[in-house]
Design a protein around this ligand. Structure first.
Ligand code: SF4
Ligand code: SF4
Length: 188
């Protein structure tokens, strides 16, 4: 691309006055935020006796789950897109030929190292079939490193545990989709 390309928008560096050069607006902005927090209402939650309220559990990035389809089978088609997108390299999948006619492969083994995960949500974004999602569970613990490596069965059990409170993205989209008009009849 040439520098004189008309599609390029050149941004002029803003001219700073003395106050700007001394960072005064930014300092005032920071102090205002601090003062606002000093006088705002404090919330104390006695965890674990009390559970903190999570604003929107559907967008919270907690422990993963592997979703199941309507027939109770793992939805994953072992395409490896999540493992490829994962910046922490904490997803390990062994894909084998599927016994079902509606897909070529499925995961014989699917593990996520929850201790290496940085909960960025890239795996969820990459999945083409909404098979992997992050839930609002934030307090699953283990007494050893091995316990925090979640295998397929454990990830599917997180789905069973959360599916009622946190419907899958596919279910949410289906619920939000406008109802189709009734068929006018006569069409073949
Ligand atoms: S949330 Fe991010 S780091 Fe964790 S498994 Fe998914 S892609 Fe990897
Ligand atoms: S969870 Fe989704 S992205 Fe990852 S292998 Fe399975 S189908 Fe592919």
């Amino acid at each position: 691309m040439q520098t004189n390309d008309p599609s390029i928008t050149w941004v002029e560096e803003p001219r700073l006055g003395l106050a700007g050069k001394m960072y005064l607006p930014l300092i005032v902005q920071g102090l205002t935020t601090t003062a606002r927090h000093l006088v705002s209402k404090k919330v104390t939650v006695s965890f674990p006796e009390e559970r903190p309220q999570i604003g929107n559990p559907l967008i919270y990035r907690g422990v993963h789950r592997l979703n199941k389809d309507e027939q109770g089978r793992v939805k994953c088609v072992a395409c490896f897109l999540c493992a490829t997108a994962c910046p922490a390299h904490c997803i390990d999948i062994i894909g084998i030929e599927s016994p079902w006619p509606d897909r070529e492969k499925y995961p014989e083994s699917f593990t996520i190292d929850e201790l290496r995960c940085i909960f960025c949500g890239m795996c969820e974004e990459a999945c083409p079939v909404d098979a992997i999602e992050l839930t609002s569970l934030f307090d699953l613990t283990g007494r050893s490193r091995e316990e925090m490596i979640f295998d397929k069965e454990k990830l599917l059990s997180v789905y069973d545990q959360t599916k009622d409170a946190e419907p899958t993205q596919t279910a949410q989209l289906a619920a939000e989709a406008p109802a189709l008009p009734p068929s006018s009849g006569g069409a073949s």
